[in-house]
Design a protein around this ligand. Sequence first.
Ligand SMILES: *Cc1c(COP(=O)(O)O)cnc(C)c1O
Length: 402
Amino acid sequence: MNPLQPYFDTIEDMKNKGLYTAVRVLESSQGPWFRIDGKKLLNFCSNNYLGFAQDKRLVAAVVKAVKKYGVGPGAVRPISGNLALHMEAEKALATLKGAEAAFLLPSGFVANLVAIQTVVGKEDIAISDELNHASIIDAIRLAQVKTKFIYKHNDMADLERVLKEAKKVQKAEKKSDGSEKIILITTDGVFSMDGDIARLPGIVSLAKKYGAVTMVDDAHGEGVLGEGRGIVHHFKLHGQVDIEVGTLSKAFGVLGGVIAGKKELIEYYRQKGRPYLFSTGLTVADAAAVVEGVRILTKSKSLVKKLWANAAYLRKEFKKLGFDTGSTETPITPVMLGDENLAKEFSARLFKLGVFATPIKFPMVALGKARIRVMPSAAHTKKDLDYGIRMFAKVGKELGVI
Ligand SMILES: *Cc1c(COP(=O)(O)O)cnc(C)c1O
């Protein structure tokens, strides 16, 4: 028997239990409308907040850069793949975020691996919000941190409780090299499934009180919060959050990750971050798109304003209809349904009516907390939103949700 057969059987089992995810294939660009199975659909669930994935200005900048540099960097950056374009994109991102320096990585997931593994190990202490993104959880696991604490979602009293515990551990023993254990607090900036915002001022002040290091993953905050500059700008906490992680794969519309912070920190990551030392840097297209995206964001606030206006309209209309949009404070607009099968059925009916909005269910959220997460963008017109709202109303009534 093939030793991998038990895994293959799992696939069959997943299909039988309805847990198998069939992935749809897009036949057009990633716009407010797109094409799947030859059918035109309203795109109500991508992270392309500002429409940058198909923005003509980014496309033009990419074409120009590709003509100059070719398509790929050809080697890891420390050997011979460090393009002037990489440096330009890092400088642009640091300026946008108001950080001393920034550092590009192949994806947001990888950025979390580098950000965490490089500063904490077996003997250190990691503290996480219970709703942190999978890439933060995996980074802490891969760092082999033994002493881990999880605090209740966005609950500052509970964070202080675990900080006290962490402090006890830190006082009780030093690391084997005689240095003090690092206490690292990690949090999503905007929580991706609910759309609420981390209580960052509270986290920063508790971190100061207990001598902890802070890390925020701003994947859903860049291009969205703080006039597009992210969560640190939103709360005016420049220079007070030690490690800022981000992604180029949401509002920036391409692919890549970023870490921003103090010059010395970024310098340290460049010397020690294994996915930087052993994995090739961004493609020319990704780096060129980011430079242009930052230029657009810095020049005009109109796209960010449009995004928020669209989000406010959508949420208001959903609420008027009687949908529960949870605790969101950002354009992420969950329509809470609870039951996994209900969410699946809701999404399938929307599809038939020309609206694409995938169900979010376990393991992405807890069992019994299934939802459809609607993502408006600056590229949607009011007419687009109205169409989506009408179809949500129709399906919501059919299924007895409203
Ligand atoms: C999407 C996301 C990531 C992963 O980013 P990629 O660039 O797609 O790898 C990491 N953290 C959070 C909070 C995210 O939402």
